[in-house]
Design a protein around this ligand. Sequence first.
Ligand SMILES: Nc1nc2c(ncn2[C@@H]2O[C@H](COP(=O)(O)OP(=O)(O)OP(=O)(O)O)[C@@H](O)[C@H]2O)c(=O)[nH]1
Ligand SMILES: [Mg+2]
Length: 246
Amino acid sequence: MTDSTLRTLVILPTYDEKDNVTPLSEEILGLSSRIEILVVDDASPDGTGDVVEELGKRNSRIHLLRRSGKLGLGTAYLAGFQYGLDNGYDLIFTMDADRSHNPKYLPAMLEMLDDMDMVVGSRYVPGGGIDNWQLHRRLLSNFANFYTRSALRVTVHDCTAGFRGYRREVLETVDPFRVKSSGYSFLYEMVWRVTRAGFRIGEVPIVFEPRFAGASKINSSEIYIAAFRVLMIAIFPPKVPKRKDH
Ligand SMILES: Nc1nc2c(ncn2[C@@H]2O[C@H](COP(=O)(O)OP(=O)(O)OP(=O)(O)O)[C@@H](O)[C@H]2O)c(=O)[nH]1
Ligand SMILES: [Mg+2]
């Protein structure tokens, strides 16, 4: 981590992650004093919000945004981006809170942001991978990425990765608040917008680990919606503002 003056926010969207959020937060904050955490909790029935509120009382680097109900991953990221921009953070990361994304990759990702505008923790570059996924999920994810890369003509190998970091200028320019997609579609629409705006995206290989505790929240209808949304973007590309210094 070369430039230690840059204030960094890690956004953790949570829905029923009470057993994961404490050890994960400790690991992240232990990496560097420049890092802070924002948990965006959607009124998790398991009480994740209360757990984080207690953590925040003991550690001023942990922040909590409570929302009224399960409003989806896409808008949770947006709420986190807004908080990060409003509070002057230079670098803004997103990570799953179920410990599929190991914080040990954060230093390499932070270092890559010295040269790049956005960084993706990628399963599909040499050195990256997926630990212990069933074959059907592996195939689905591989196909989804191949399909998305080809249809949207982006070079990023892992378009649906939720482990990523942005320089604040990127979020200010591409205006993510206009993204209509949610869930997986939000993730690759952001890759597409950032590419179209003329920013450079780097990839750091990561091994994606199975969730540590709790249950999955994805459902199959989201996959069909995502596939349709790729086509819509490819056929009717939304206007994206260009980066200023080009
Ligand atoms: N705030 C918020 N967080 C959510 C919502 N849906 C999922 N999440 C969180 O987003 C992250 C990714 O969701 P997961 O359920 O792990 O999805 P996945 O990684 O595709 O699937 P599995 O790991 O197999 O369960 C986790 O930290 C979830 O707690 C939501 O509606 N609101
Ligand atoms: Mg997960």
